[in-house]
Design a binder for this molecule. Structure first.
Ligand code: SER
Length: 347
């Protein structure tokens, strides 16, 4: 995406009210885009000029269809489909998770296909997840080490299965949509996806995820609250910071198509055990009270996710390189920003 104020493309962002949306929208505006910021909830504060808010549910096909006309007849240039029900929340309501994560993605793909042109298929960027992986047991997880995109795609969560389905639907719309038409298949979208690890943000604690023990541990310590971690101390999965996650989206979204050897990419940054996260939390917030009380079902989900991911393709194809390792995540981003917010609040 070129950084040109003259550009006037329309970009749809779903789940725009979430933290990822709040970071992406200003970037899109800086790139000269007009943005339709769709979310289930009304915006808590007004969006800047250039953004039209749309409140509704991605399960509602009519609502999604109506997004295409918020800026008149202008074609949609890109869709960033961030809305999702995460892994723990999904297990509490699998049917809802399927409707949001799979049917919602289908509605957005159909919108992009309808509102793009044969010459310029819209970019469709889907954040996917390490939840697509499902390793049989702990011994297999240890043996697998860092996993490649095409290994162990046998998720045990409805969220992971939904993300896999959405990835495959994206591949279909990108290559085979309307394949029986006399003109042959339409390359209806330029589909790209990133499988994110757990994300650590200084500003928000996620809800409904199974990697949430990482951010929960940190934010409890920052507030001086005791925390009971729902996985064992030796549990290990990859994590990254929110600013790195945003950089990854920007990197893949702006990569030249000729450089992309695949549609779905792993991205890695650091892969600590729960105990290693607790140790860094303790270093920055001495006296943090962290106890372990594993929840069997959530533990089993984390045990089925890989210890780490192989992200060579992202590094080679579009120059992926995270800025934060575990130590820098805390010393340069999480702790200074949490403390600054705390100071501002107590002033
Ligand atoms: N953060 C997600 C979850 O825990 C995994 O990508 O559901």
């Amino acid at each position: 995406m070129e950084s040109s104020k003259a550009a006037s493309g329309v970009v749809v962002v779903t789940g725009a009210g979430g933290e990822m949306g709040h970071a992406l929208v200003p970037w899109l505006l800086r790139c000269g885009k007009r943005v339709i910021a769709a979310d289930l909830r009304e915006p808590t504060s007004p969006w800047p000029e250039g953004v039209v808010a749309a409140t509704g549910d991605v399960r509602d096909r009519e609502f999604v269809g109506s997004l295409g006309t918020r800026f008149g007849e202008a074609p949609i240039e890109a869709v960033y489909h961030l809305a999702a029900v995460l892994s723990s929340a999904g297990e509490r309501n699998p049917e809802l998770a399927h409707e949001v994560n799979v049917m919602g993605s289908m509605h957005l793909l159909a919108l992009a296909a309808e509102r793009g042109t044969r010459e310029r298929p819209p970019l469709f960027l889907l954040p996917s997840s390490i939840a697509v992986y499902g390793i049989a047991d702990l011994e297999a997880k240890r043996l697998a080490g860092a996993v490649h995109e095409d290994e162990h795609c046998t998720s045990r969560t409805i969220y992971g299965l939904g993300k896999l389905a959405a990835e495959e639907l994206g591949r279909y719309y990108a290559s085979f949509y309307r394949q029986l038409d006399p003109q042959g298949p339409r390359h209806a979208v330029d589909f790209r996806s990133i499988r994110f690890p757990g994300i650590l943000s200084a500003d928000t604690v996620p809800s409904g995820g199974t990697s949430d023990y990482g951010p929960e541990m940190l934010h409890a310590a920052a507030k001086g609250e005791a925390y009971r971690c729902f996985v064992r101390p030796d549990s290990r999965i990859p994590f990254m910071t929110m600013p790195d996650a945003i950089r990854a989206i920007e990197g893949l979204a702006t990569a030249h198509p000729a450089r992309l050897s695949r549609r779905v990419y792993n991205v890695g940054a650091f892969a600590p055990s729960a105990a290693e996260i607790a140790a860094v939390v303790n270093r920055h917030f001495p006296g943090a009270e962290i106890a372990y009380e594993p929840h069997p079902a959530r533990q089993a989900i984390v045990d089925s996710w890989p210890e780490d991911v192989v992200d060579h393709a992202a590094r080679r194809d579009w120059g992926w390189s995270p800025c934060h390792d575990l130590d820098l995540a805390f010393s340069e981003y999480l702790v200074p920003r949490i403390l600054a917010r705390h100071t501002a609040a107590t002033r």
